[in-house]
Design a protein around this ligand. Structure first.
Ligand SMILES: *Cc1c(COP(=O)(O)O)cnc(C)c1O
Length: 381
């Protein structure tokens, strides 16, 4: 058993000491002025983070709650919606739509590939009545970044079609300016790049989306965004919020504002470049040619089962990362670097991967990967 443990998964992610300490404060009552004051600041800062003038709503749920709300608040029973399905989270859009009686038009994308904007354009031509395009900014199951900006450009001038972006593992890791790109719904969650424990989901909607919400008829209760928007405008939530997580969030946002978005995105890009350089130097191949800055997805060497690799990393070296799911099960592993990560976290992960691969009988020259990571960091400093 390793003495220390290191978490490098695409959610949950490590929580910095500064944030954990903020959350250890005595619980505030959510109808008291101190909470309202804090929540007012959080609401302002979330707009800054989402790069929008719209309200950003805060829910007590995992990210999927925001995904569900992004369906039930805008569509009608019997509607059609286009879904980009190139991984587990894209697949989830289809499942949610079906659960509410909406017909998904699935654009199946090969795992590891980004959707071609032309594919989306064609689907929109074939289904001009599609009410929305549902997509992931960062598909965490494959490590792919989809072309969100280009997709938004396709729906921007269609008054009855929304682009809904799941940025649960993307927001805070790379640039996703909601208003500038014309996103209609943008979602995120607490336990990814926002460095908090699981438990908060976030959502913002455009004018076009709020207009569509007026005629939506799908069932909803806790995730009634209209009611929640009215209440949150008064710096209150309809139901008890996750007070401690919101105290932590206030601190996260303060910190991100001190650093600035550009510096934060640049940090993620440097992690990404170094991780890619390292695994490539070790002779492994990347799973995607459209990598998200949030994680690096790697094809294991011949003969290495990544479920086993993940186990060796965890049990022997205290390093938790994840393998692949479904068709990628046993074949890939994912090094997440979103949120509270710096150079030496990547170096630690690469070192552990080298050791574990060597333990499993793969041909690795110890130090070759971590050397490449260090050189990459030096070059991008
Ligand atoms: C983590 C994640 C979600 C939400 O998952 P929850 O377990 O419900 O928080 C959704 N989409 C993507 C891309 C994610 O990475």
């Amino acid at each position: 058993m390793a003495l220390k443990s290191y978490l490098l998964t695409p959610g949950p992610t490590p929580v910095p000491e500064r944030i954990a300490l903020a959350m250890a404060q005595p619980i505030l009552h959510h109808r008291a002025p101190a909470f309202e004051k804090l929540f007012a600041q959080v609401r302002e800062d979330l707009k800054w983070l989402f790069q929008t003038k719209q309200d950003v709503l805060v829910f007590l749920s995992s990210g999927t709650g925001a995904m569900e709300g992004a369906v039930t608040n805008f569509l009608r029973r019997g509607d059609k919606a286009i879904v980009v399905n190139g991984g587990k989270f894209g697949e989830r859009w289809g499942k949610i739509l079906k659960a509410y009686g909406v017909e998904p038009i699935e654009l199946k994308v090969e795992w590891g590939r980004a959707v071609e904007p032309a594919q989306v354009a064609k689907a929109l031509e074939q289904h001009p009545d599609a009410k929305a395009v549902y997509v992931q900014a960062s598909e965490s199951s494959t490590g792919v970044a989809h072309p969100v900006k280009e997709i938004c450009a396709l729906t921007r001038d269609r008054p009855n079609t929304l682009t809904v972006v799941d940025a649960i593992s993307a927001l805070g890791a790379f640039d996703l300016p909601m208003d500038a790109w014309g996103m209609d719904v943008l979602l995120s969650g607490s336990q990814k790049a926002l460095m908090l424990p699981p438990g908060l989901a976030f959502a913002a909607a455009s004018e076009k989306a709020w207009k569509m919400a007026e005629t939506s008829d799908l069932p909803r209760f806790y995730f009634n965004w209209k009611k929640e928007r009215e209440m949150q405008a008064k710096n209150q939530t309809n139901y008890t919020p996750a007070v401690s997580l919101i105290v932590g969030l206030a601190e996260v946002l303060r910190w991100l504002k001190e650093d600035g978005l550009e510096k934060t995105f640049r940090r993620h890009e440097r992690m990404s470049l170094a991780a890619r350089a390292a695994v490539t130097a070790l002779g492994m191949k990347l799973y995607t040619d459209s990598p998200s800055m949030a994680l690096t997805t790697v094809i294991a060497p011949e003969g290495i089962d990544t479920d086993k690799l993940v186990k060796v990393l965890r049990d022997r070296y205290g390093v938790t990362l994840v393998g692949g799911q479904d068709q990628a099960k046993g074949k890939i592993f994912r090094i997440a670097h979103l949120g509270y990560f710096d150079e030496f976290d990547i170096c630690t992960a690469i070192t552990a991967i080298e050791r574990a691969l060597a333990d499993m009988g793969a041909k690795v020259e110890l130090g070759k990967g971590v050397g490449a990571a260090m050189r990459s960091f030096a070059e991008t400093a």
